[in-house]
Design a protein around this ligand. Structure first.
Ligand SMILES: [Zn+2]
Length: 444
């Protein structure tokens, strides 16, 4: 559907009804002044959430079907196009990362077409979206008839099981219906083994590994058997295991500071040199000033540029101002845009940057400039090519549109650029010295 297409009376009425429901629920706050029915209301609202989720799921599956129907049969597009472009719309509508939105779309298709009894249970308030996700995941690989049978066999108890109980009950039935499936799935799942990490609150980093159970347990047992862990009290065991992990992976003795022997860009405002101001560590995100200074101090120049310091100039809110005669983003320009955008610019994605892309494609006359560039992750870079997904605007304000949903993306402000008054002469001079090779951005 085009965003400018006029809505029918029935469509407008449907939207108005949903909006009215929300306002009526909000108005219940003023309708009673005792806590006597608070618990019952919480339960009723939970049932309502389940019913709302069921409706979202149905609509999601319907969007995929509609997208397929709209496409002319002679148009050549990538396999799974309809589901992928629907995932973008669902991501925008529900503020989800594109990968999470893609999972919601797959789940909606299974629930709608293969396990409709679960949707009925959701409408009745018996199951929520998370429980439905467990049932879909645990029956993955079964044919539709078997999936429906699993749902049927546990439908008498699913409303009183916790998530773990529901998972176990589903596995039991699946193992009976298809005894070989667990092995087939284990072999496939082992191919997905990986290590990933993400920033955690308070200058921490969460490191996780997805491993086949045998290797995973071997790691846990090796850490448990480490000298310091075996000697540690129960209260200290968690910390001792974390220390043993660091020491074994980095080869450094416990207690010795682990070197940040990685080539990273650290972007910090000039103010961070003299007072506290947060910085941006590429691949991690925002870090407090004390950590930025520690990282610099831990990497003296004689050890090589393990941490590359890039200072942001006060007053330069928009780092926009370089261009290249090439049709691809390379070298300094590429690095500049990576620093400016910091993360994939697709709304709610925020994955690490893998590609720098033209906003207006080079084939349509788009220039290879920072102002026409947008950082993206691998997934979003390919998704943007799909029919039905429109990206327009300039780097300062990129518009992503799918169907009737439009999202605006603006680059994050470099750290320390809260104030907008022009920098002093000394600051400007300092900025020019330490920007070293970067064209100081011009303000229009
Ligand atoms: Zn992305």
């Amino acid at each position: 559907m085009d965003e400018n297409e006029v809505l029918t009376e029935a469509e407008q009425a449907a939207l108005a009804l949903v909006r009215e429901c929300r306002s009526r629920i909000n108005s219940t706050a003023g309708q009673f002044d005792s806590a006597r029915i608070g618990d019952v209301l919480i339960r009723e609202l939970e049932y309502l959430k389940h019913a709302v989720s069921a409706r979202q799921i149905e609509l999601t599956a319907r969007l995929v079907t509609d997208a397929k129907d709209r496409l002319r049969p002679e148009t050549k597009v990538a396999a799974g196009w309809a589901a992928r472009v629907t995932a973008v719309a669902v991501g925008f509508a529900r503020r989800r990362h594109p990968a999470a939105a893609a999972r919601l779309v797959r789940q909606a298709q299974v629930l709608t077409h293969e396990m409709p009894s679960i949707l009925d249970a959701m409408r009745a308030g018996e199951l929520g979206e998370e429980q439905a996700a467990i049932l879909v995941r645990e029956t993955d690989g079964l044919d539709p008839a078997a999936r429906a049978q699993v749902a049927d066999e546990i439908s008498d108890r699913w409303h009183r099981l916790g998530d773990r109980g529901l998972r176990e009950a589903t596995r039991c039935v699946v193992n009976r219906l298809d005894p070989d499936l667990a092995q087939v799935r284990a072999i496939a799942a082992a191919q997905d083994r990986h290590v990933n990490w993400r920033s955690a609150p308070d200058s921490m980093l969460r490191l996780t590994a997805l491993l086949p159970v045998r290797e995973g347990l071997a790691c846990v047992q090796a850490l448990q058997a480490a000298d310091d862990v075996a000697k540690a009290s129960a209260a200290d065991r968690g910390r001792a295991m974390a220390d043993a992990l660091v020491s074994r992976v980095t080869g450094r003795a416990a207690g010795e500071p682990a070197p940040v022997d990685v080539r990273v860009n650290l972007m910090i405002p000039i103010e961070a040199l003299i007072k506290d101001a947060s910085g941006h560590l590429e691949g991690y995100g925002t870090i407090p000033g004390h950590l930025a200074r520690d990282l610099i101090a831990a990497c003296p120049d004689e050890d090589g540029p393990a941490v590359r310091r890039i200072f942001t100039a006060p007053g330069h809110d928009e780092l926009i101002g370089m261009e290249s005669s090439s049709r691809t983003y390379r070298g300094l320009l590429r690095e500049f845009i990576t620093l400016r955008d910091q993360r994939c610019r697709t709304p709610f994605c925020e994955s690490p940057v893998k590609h720098i892309d033209h906003i207006t494609p080079a084939a349509e006359g788009g220039k290879t400039t920072a102002a026409n560039a947008e950082a993206g992750c691998e997934r979003c870079n390919y998704t943007k090519e799909l029919p039905g997904y429109f990206v327009t605007g300039g780097a300062e304000k990129v518009t992503h549109r799918v169907g009737r949903l439009t999202m605006i993306s603006t680059p994050p402000r470099p750290p320390g650029t809260r104030r907008r008054q022009p920098p002093s002469g000394l600051e400007r001079h300092f900025a020019e010295v330490i920007w070293d090779g970067f064209t100081a951005p011009k303000r229009e």
